[in-house]
Design a protein around this ligand. Sequence first.
Ligand code: 5GP
Ligand code: ZN
Length: 136
Amino acid sequence: MDNCIFCKIAHHEIPGKIVYEDDLCMAFLDLSQTTDGHTLVVPKQHFSNILEVDHQTLSHMMEVVQKVALQIQENLHAKGFNMITNMNEVAGQTVPHFHIHIIPRYQSNDGFQATYHDRSQEVDLDGIYQKIMKSE
Ligand code: 5GP
Ligand code: ZN
């Protein structure tokens, strides 16, 4: 897609620190390096987000996420990972080309936070469940 930064990296039109590449996808270092080895896995074809991408590409990308994470674990000695995809602006997506973040973790207080607030006392769990499960 024109003017898409990740399409340009995926098609070698602009440089990236590419750690994995095949016909369907590519993994390259995120410029921000939230933690050392912060990597993005992207499909070569332009899809906006995880709900748009085809199943074959999506499942292949998850294999690549695992492969690259193993490499980071071995070579950078990461102790754990957060694998994240942000979908749409409301969820913090800034580049509208589907990507999965691989965020290596070396210590819990490294500044990266994925916080899940406990709202269990405020919500109607059964009501939410019924809404999700209702047939259209
Ligand atoms: P999002 O916020 O959409 O989930 O993540 C976008 C990520 O892309 C950010 O972490 C940002 O640092 C990274 N990024 C943005 N522009 C570039 C770029 O030109 N090259 C690389 N390697 N990463 C980029
Ligand atoms: Zn794109």
